[in-house]
Write a protein that binds this ligand. Structure first.
Ligand SMILES: NC(=O)c1ccc[n+]([C@@H]2O[C@H](COP(=O)([O-])OP(=O)(O)OC[C@H]3O[C@@H](n4cnc5c(N)ncnc54)[C@H](OP(=O)(O)O)[C@@H]3O)[C@@H](O)[C@H]2O)c1
Length: 235
């Protein structure tokens, strides 16, 4: 593989914002690994992009399953020997207006497992590949629902807590990571996907555009920040 070709991986790349991120990264010249927990959906999504001559390959990774993440990292290390961009996009939205005190605790646990622990374990497993080259750009797809001010309002508690924790993780890891490896969180806005629903005003393409500038920031770029539409927003 040419040394000049950068490799990017997107979790939950089979649909929604993740699929668009894969497509846009490939259009920018990245070799893109579309990670999906469902082999059939992942294969189909990657195949569709390959048919447009995009350099996309598919990898199974269930971010709820640490062994699946570990195996995926081994495969990327063996096959590509590098990882320049990692986008933690996979996410679930399992609660609406329920109260935290009365929802099934499994809803909170499941949401934390995917949205917070999923990203945490993926970063832990993949960062050694970035560290080999002293370079990496990690983007955590978060939400303004995870901002501290949102905790004053009832509702969507499981999802809000998961993104609050993801934002905290972004800051803590930025302080821990050495070398030219940047980690930032970004809110894509309200986007028309399975999660966002058909009334959402933004397209996945607009969301991807608002995220992808962080994939190519230079060594002077920010780390440990939270952005929306290129502007820093309060945690
Ligand atoms: N849409 C919005 O308005 C909005 C707003 C703010 C933030 N976000 C964030 O943006 C990200 C993408 O959301 P979206 O709107 O594109 O949602 P979506 O259409 O529901 O897609 C979610 C993706 O995450 C994957 N996923 C869920 N659990 C997974 C797991 N355990 N392992 C691997 N993949 C898993 C899904 O895979 P399956 O197909 O297998 O289920 C799917 O590919 C999420 O982190 C979300 O919180 C979205």
């Amino acid at each position: 593989m040419s040394k000049d070709i950068k490799v990017a991986l997107v979790t939950g790349g089979n649909r929604g914002i993740g699929y668009e991120l894969v497509k846009q990264l490939a259009l920018k010249g990245f070799k893109v690994i579309l990670a999906s927990r469902d082999p059939e959906m992942g294969h189909e999504a990657a195949q569709k992009l390959k048919e447009s001559n995009l350099d996309v390959s598919f990898l199974v990774m269930d971010v709820d399953n640490q062994e699946s993440i570990r195996q995926a990292a081994i495969t990327v290390n063996e096959q590509y020997e590098r990882l320049d961009v990692l986008i933690n996009n996979a996410g679930v939205y399992l609660d609406e207006n329920e109260k935290l005190l009365t929802i099934e605790p499994s809803i909170l646990e499941g949401t934390m497992t995917t949205n917070f622990f999923g990203a945490y374990h993926v970063i832990r497993s993949f960062i050694p590949i970035m560290e080999k080259h002293g370079y990496g750009r990690i983007i955590n797809v978060s939400s303004e629902y995870g901002a501290i001010g949102e905790m004053s309002y009832q509702g969507v508690g499981a999802y809000k807590l998961s993104k609050l924790a993801l934002n905290g993780l972004t800051q803590l890891l930025a302080a821990e990571i050495n070398g030219d490896i940047k980690i930032n969180a970004v809110c894509p806005g309200w986007v028309s996907t399975n999660m966002g629903g058909p009334s959402a005003p933004r397209t996945p393409k607009q969301a991807a555009d608002s995220i992808l500038w962080l994939a190519t920031i230079g060594p002077e770029g920010h780390s440990g920040r939270f952005f929306r539409d290129g502007k820093q927003i309060p945690w």
